[in-house]
Design a binder for this molecule. Structure first.
Ligand SMILES: *[C@@H]1O[C@H](CO)[C@@H](O)[C@H](O)[C@H]1NC(C)=O
Ligand SMILES: *[C@@H]1O[C@H](CO)[C@@H](O)[C@H](O)[C@H]1NC(C)=O
Ligand SMILES: *[C@@H]1O[C@H](CO)[C@@H](O)[C@H](O)[C@H]1NC(C)=O
Length: 435
């Protein structure tokens, strides 16, 4: 990434009326003196910043870096970088290590010149900074960008390093380096992984690329201010419903379907949490996708290629696909279909198990979906007086309670655990907010 040029210093002195992003594209220079005078004049990222690095921390909060400033999450003001990472003045590139059976797992690595810094919980690890050549042999100094690529998304746990027009894929286990010829990519100044998608930032724009093939599919570049930060007058961020994303934190329902699309429902709106078509986040009226549904929903779950939505005493069943089509005959009374009275609070199915777990008040009811008629087979008391939403995935069950969610390995552990697990912030870990 390009360290701040003197031109930027001048802009900062003029303060907050930063104009064209091209002003940031000065000659590469490591010369930072002159900055000290201007620290009260913060950078406004809505003016169009070319970021040095973008990286999530161990809690999933996304940090943006530019010069000696950083931002936490998708909105909010710049703060001095060395307030959080005190040994760093600025950074060329950063990534969060994904290497589950290594002591480095979830550490954030920052690159500056020929040095690499490893941080965990904002503390510099002993022995760092080290030379890049020592820790990442084969990777050049003065990097532009870096992003982790876990196994499953790349063939092995790896890191993609960017310098000029070159991309180096570094295998974190065997330290093998492969050079990628992705000359169709712009020279990335920052790279990030967000909801399993890979983004290369250049100027105030970004493109999405495939981490294995480098392919760019779709209409890129796009302006980062429309997707990855909340800026007045920019894109979806200017809508009130979107602005509420971080302040009204509870969810009504949440589910992911068999195609890997995840949805969170709140009020009249839904958010796509991961979708091949979507970058960043967006809220849409529920009725734009499920047109028979008016207003908020109580619960949603996916089973056998269908999406089930529960509202009051009614059950709607949709065939999942690129569009959702209501199956003929629906909605039907919940009592007839699942053998339970509404209203309910949450419902989820785990993997291929033909059981829907329905949460109502403090109880969880298990209903066998393969039986006719369907009836409650089992119930259990939950450790929460009330749950808003629930979902189940490869990483277990998540129950959503107010602003938090709690993770359990299985529905059984949810009903039997005496110890409440560590709470996760919904806004922060799922919705990209900074609080
Ligand atoms: C933090 O960075 C600012 C600006 O680069 C500098 O003026 C200040 O001395 C630094 N603080 C510490 C504790 O290094
Ligand atoms: C990328 O960097 C290389 C080397 O500095 C330069 O020759 C090339 O023009 C740059 N490409 C773009 C699209 O800026
Ligand atoms: C905000 O979003 C809602 C739903 O998409 C839409 O009905 C409304 O017109 C939008 N408002 C603005 C100002 O764009």
């Amino acid at each position: 990434m390009r360290p701040l040029a003197q031109t930027l210093t001048v802009c900062l002195a003029l303060s907050l009326s930063l104009a064209a992003p091209s002003l940031f594209d000065g000659p590469k220079t490591a010369d930072h003196h002159g900055m000290e005078k201007h620290h009260d004049a913060k950078i406004d990222r809505c003016q169009g910043v070319e970021f040095d690095a973008i990286v999530p921390d161990e809690h999933g909060v996304t940090f943006f870096f530019k010069g000696d400033y950083m931002w936490t999450g998708f909105h909010g003001d710049a703060a001095l970088l060395n307030r959080t990472y005190k040994e760093l003045s600025h950074t060329d590139a950063a990534f969060r290590m994904h290497h589950p059976d290594s002591a480095d797992h979830d550490h954030i690595f920052f690159f500056l010149g020929d040095k690499v810094f490893s941080y965990y919980q904002h503390k510099l690890e002993e022995g760092y900074p080290k030379n890049i050549a020592e820790v990442f042999p084969g990777i050049p100094n003065h990097l532009d960008a870096a992003v982790e690529c876990p196994k499953g998304e790349c063939a092995a746990d790896s890191v993609l390093f960017f310098k000029d027009s070159k991309v180096y894929q570094f295998d974190t286990r065997n330290k093998e380096v492969k050079l990628r010829q992705w000359s169709h990519l712009p020279n990335c100044t920052a790279a990030m992984r967000w909801l399993e998608h890979y983004y290369c930032f250049h100027g105030h724009n970004f493109i999405r690329f495939h981490p294995v093939t480098g392919a760019v599919v779709g209409n890129y570049p796009k302006d980062a201010r429309n997707y990855f930060m909340r800026c007045p007058k920019f894109g979806h961020g200017s809508n009130d419903t979107e602005r509420e994303r971080c302040s009204h934190v509870h969810l009504d329902a949440i589910t992911s379907d068999d195609l890997g699309k995840a949805y969170a429902f709140r009020g009249n709106f839904y958010l796509r949490l991961s979708d091949r078509q979507a970058d960043g986040w967006h809220a849409f009226p529920i009725s734009s996708t499920w047109k028979e549904i008016e207003g908020d929903v109580d619960a949603a779950f996916s089973f056998d290629g269908k999406l089930y939505i529960i509202k009051g005493e009614q059950l709607f069943v949709y065939k999942s696909g690129t569009d959702y089509a209501l199956i003929e005959g629906y909605p039907k009374p919940l009592k007839d279909e699942l053998g339970i009275e509404g209203p309910i609070d949450a419902a989820f199915v785990c993997g291929d198990y033909e059981v829907v777990h329905v949460i109502k008040g403090q109880k969880m009811y298990d209903i066998d979906l393969s039986a006719t008629p369907r009836t409650v087979q089992k119930d259990a008391l939950l450790p929460f007086p009330r749950v808003d939403a629930g979902m189940c995935g490869p990483d277990g069950v998540k129950v959503f309670v107010g602003a938090h969610y709690f993770r359990y390995k299985s529905p059984m552990l949810l009903s039997h655990s005496r110890i409440r697990p560590h709470p996760h912030r919904i806004s922060l870990e799922l919705l990209g907010c900074d609080h």
